[in-house]
Design a protein around this ligand. Sequence first.
Ligand SMILES: Nc1ncnc2c1ncn2[C@@H]1O[C@H](COP(=O)(O)OP(=O)(O)O)[C@@H](O)[C@H]1O
Ligand SMILES: [Mg+2]
Length: 237
Amino acid sequence: MAALLEVADLHAGYGPTDVLHGVSFAVNQGGITTVLGANGAGKTTLLRAVCGLIRRRGSVTFGGAPIGTRSTEDIVRLGLAHVPDGRGTFVLLSAEENLRVGAITRGDRKGVAADMERMYGYFPRLRERRQQQAGTLSGGEQQMLAIARALMLRPKLLVLDEPSFGLAPLIVQDIFSIMRTVNREEGVSILLVEQNAKLALDLADTAYLLETGSVVMGGPAAQLRDDETVRKAYLGY
Ligand SMILES: Nc1ncnc2c1ncn2[C@@H]1O[C@H](COP(=O)(O)OP(=O)(O)O)[C@@H](O)[C@H]1O
Ligand SMILES: [Mg+2]
C-alpha cells in the first residue's frame, strides 16, 4: 500500500531540548495508524512536529510532497486536520459556529451546508446542542465537536491526540466507531496517538510504540496486539 504520510528520522523539541530522537513511521493511503506510548513519551510532540507547530528536522512527506519545512497553514490546506489534545474548540462560539470555522478555507457553500448535516448525522448530540456555547458542552460532546470541526475541512488525513482521554467508556466507543465509519466510508486516513492501547490496536491497521521519543516497535496492529511485551506493558494481561 502506498504511504499518505511518511515520516523518517524526525527530530523535534522545545527550545534547545530534543524530545523526539529520529522517529520514523507511516500512514497508508486509506489506512489507520496508531502511535502508542505512556504519558510523556512524546506523542503530542510528534503530532505537533508533523503539523509544523514546533521546531523539527527530518523528512516528512504528505501525498508524496515534502512538508517538513512548510507552515502549519500550508499543511492544513494540503488536507491534514489536527484535533489537538485538550480539544481546542472555541469555547465562546456555539457548536455550529465551531463547525463553520472548520470550513473557513472552503468556498463551496452548498458543500459546507451538506457536510454540516453529515456531521449532525454522525453526532446527533451536536445537532441538539448546535446553538449551545462550546465551552458549556460536556467533555465527550466537546471531543465530538473537535472531530466534526476537523472533518469540516474535508481532510485527507485526520490527526487525533488521545481522543479517549478523560471520557466515559461508552462515549469513547461511540467516538471510535465513528472514526471507523469515516475511514471506511469516506476514505479519510487516520493518525491516532493513544494511551488506550486496546481500543487503538483494535481500530488501527498499523501500530508503533513510542518510548522516550523513540519508536521501539512497529508493524501490523494485530502483530503488536499479540506481542508479549506489548500485552504486559500496554494491555495489562
Ligand atoms: N511546550 C513544551 N515545552 C517544553 N517541554 C515540553 C512541552 N510540551 C511537552 N514537553 C516535554 O516533552 C516531553 C514529551 O511530552 P508530550 O509530547 O506531551 O508527551 P505525551 O503526549 O506522550 O504525553 C515531556 O518530557 C514534556 O515535559
Ligand atoms: Mg499528549
